[in-house]
Write a protein that binds this ligand. Structure first.
Ligand SMILES: C=CC1=C(C)c2cc3[nH]c(cc4nc(cc5[nH]c(cc1n2)c(C)c5CCC(=O)O)C(CCC(=O)O)=C4C)c(C)c3C=C
Ligand SMILES: [Fe+2]
Length: 391
């Protein structure tokens, strides 16, 4: 029997307050997170954004105990998945590969090689594919594979997304049903799916399937939930955790919560749909910020369904996914990272007159140059704005 390495992909999170700045820098350095027309500006901009954001982020991490629980929970999921697979007769070892914090993808790949693994199954802990999450981790693995002949020789099978897998849908519906049964009025409790957002351009320009997968997933969960409860419930899907000035997928969670409050919804059951572990965006954003907004809007009972973490139905679902990937057709990294249509991830380079993609790129570049000059002036204390007495 082959020795199988199950490589679990996740985003990673700062474990201590001092990690927040460097974690944010890693995140914003990723072109899959901020798509810039000029790659040379990626690192300076990452530095600037992480510096500007780190105060707000640190405050959020402090409010949940000073760091993210993501590593601890992901490692627990990895251990439970490994023992489940071994009980089923698979010679499996699990590895955790985080994209922006420890344990980094590179170190997980090093462990896989050192342990003499013979075949790798890549399982993102994101049920829904997005360029910004699974896509970014698949690309990181592609880079590592190109640079490392020993890793390149290892057979690899990828699970691209699993938003419709029965194990996952059943586990989600089971957790929601438990919460609904505790409601004052179970049949009228409003189910509020809050998914992590992505910029709208990812979906509309780059062909990210994320929104479609989220919508299909919410519909499947609602269908299974109605079977479990014996009645349908009203529901809403909205997108949270917006960062920066561009437009993200709508409706935004905060707006949808206010609207439901105005409509007189009293009992709300919030379901964090794109996350499988507790982390800053469930523990701080939903439990503290969104609860406050909903309460102010008149919602009297705000409940939140816990993240799946190590729910046994969920862990069994992950084990089934691994076994199905091993038995099914090979999906290599190139196939897993591919988008449904051929798209340019970065805006085109060719100059053309008029208000078009090209002019937007050049507007963006000029803005970047101006912005960088402004930054330089702020740092050095010399420049045209000082000369004019404006700074
Ligand atoms: C489905 C999950 C996620 C998507 C899609 C996603 C896209 C995305 N995120 C940012 C910016 C930030 N994300 C941050 C933390 C964070 N995000 C996810 C998940 C998704 N992100 C996780 C699991 C975490 C880790 C949380 C933890 O507990 O540490 C952060 C840092 C936290 C903060 O300051 O708010 C940022 C920033 C963008 C820009 C984006 C899509 C382009
Ligand atoms: Fe995020």
């Amino acid at each position: 029997m082959a020795r199988v390495g199950v490589l679990l992909l996740n985003l990673g999170g700062p474990e201590r307050i001092e990690d927040v700045g460097p974690f944010l820098y890693n995140l914003f350095s990723d072109p899959e997170i901020i798509r810039l027309p000029t790659p040379a500006l990626q690192k300076p901009l990452a530095w600037l954004i992480s510096t500007l954001r780190s105060g707000k982020s640190k405050e959020a991490y402090r409010s949940i105990g000073g760091g993210s629980p993501l590593r601890r929970i992901t490692e627990q999921q990895a251990r439970e998945l490994q023992s489940r697979l071994r009980q089923e007769g698979v010679d499996a070892t699990s590895y955790v590969a985080m994209r922006y914090w420890h344990p980094f993808t590179e170190s997980a790949v090093g462990d896989i090689k050192a342990d003499g693994v013979e075949e790798v199954v890549v399982l993102p802990l994101y049920p829904h594919f997005s360029i910004s999450t699974s896509g970014s981790s698949f690309r990181e693995l592609q880079r590592l594979r190109h640079a490392d002949p020993a890793f390149r020789r290892l057979p690899i099978r990828c699970i691209r997304s699993w938003y419709d897998h029965p194990g996952y849908i059943n586990a989600m519906a089971g957790l929601i049903a438990r919460e609904i049964r505790n409601c004052e009025a179970p049949a009228s409790a409003h189910i509020f799916f809050s998914a992590h957002g992505v910029p709208k351009s990812y979906v509309e320009e780059a062909g990210d399937p994320y929104q479609k997968e989220i919508e299909a997933c919410a519909a499947l969960v609602m269908e299974r939930l109605a079977q479990l409860l014996g009645h349908p419930n009203p529901s809403t899907l909205a997108y949270q955790s917006r960062v920066g000035p561009v437009e993200w997928l709508k409706p935004y969670t905060e707006d949808a919560l206010r609207e439901l409050g105005e409509q007189g919804v009293q009992e709300l059951v919030v379901v964090p749909i794109s996350f499988v572990s507790e982390h800053i965006e469930t523990l701080e954003e939903i439990d503290i910020e969104y609860r406050e907004i909903a309460t102010e809007a008149g919602v009297s009972h705000f409940r939140r369904v816990p993240a799946l973490d190590t729910d046994p139905t969920f862990i069994q679902g992950l084990a089934d996914l691994v076994q199905e990937a091993m038995a099914g057709p090979e999906v290599n990294l190139d196939m897993a990272a591919q988008l449904p249509k051929k798209v340019k991830l970065y805006p085109q380079d060719k100059w053309a007159w008029g208000w078009n993609n090209s002019s937007e790129v050049w507007n963006g570049r000029l803005a970047m140059v101006g912005f960088s000059a402004f930054l330089l002036e702020l740092l050095t204390g010399h420049g045209p704005l000082h000369a004019l007495g404006l700074l």
